[in-house]
Design a protein around this ligand. Sequence first.
Ligand SMILES: [Zn+2]
Length: 183
Amino acid sequence: MIREVINWKIGEWIGNCPIFRPTERKGIIFYISGISAFRMTTSEKEIKFKQSKEVPVCIGHDRRSRNKKYWLYVDKIYWENDNLEPQDMKLLLDEKIKKRNRKIEKLKLADTTSDNEVKREPISDEVKMYVWKRDEGRCVNCGSKINLEFDHIIPVSMGGSNTARNIQLLCEECNRRKGGNLV
Ligand SMILES: [Zn+2]
C-alpha cells in the first residue's frame, strides 16, 4: 500500500536540506536519510534532497511500525509498507501522479463545458488593463511574470462576474493548481 502524507511541513533547514515534520503525528521527524541523520554530513543530505527530485528517496522509518517506510519524491512525502525499492517506488508513483493529472484535466474540461453553457462573456479590455496594472503584471500567487492568465476568483459557472474585483492575474501553473483544488 502507498499513501501520500498530506499533513506535513518543513520544520527547519540544515544548509539546503529541510527536515520534515508531519503535523498529525508528533514525535516523528523525517531526516533526509535512509540510515541515521546524525551520521550523515550536511552535504550528503543536500545531495539526497536533490536526488528526490528525480527518484524517490527513503527518508525514514516509522518508529512504531518498523515496516512502514517514508519516501520523499518531487516535494511530496509518501509512506508504503511493502518494503519497496526506489525504482519500484518511482514506477508506482509516476503512474499515480499521471492518473491524478489525467483526472484533473478531465474535470477541468468538464468545468470549461459548463462555463460555456452559461454563455461566457469575454472580459472587457478596460477590466483587463485595470487588473494588469493593479496586479503589477505578476501572478498574485507566486509573483511569476510568465504565462499569465486572467482568472475568475469565483468561476463564471458559480455566478462569478467579469468585474475587476472578481478577476486576478495567475500564471498558468497556479491557475491549473487552483482548478485542481476547487475539485
Ligand atoms: Zn503563479
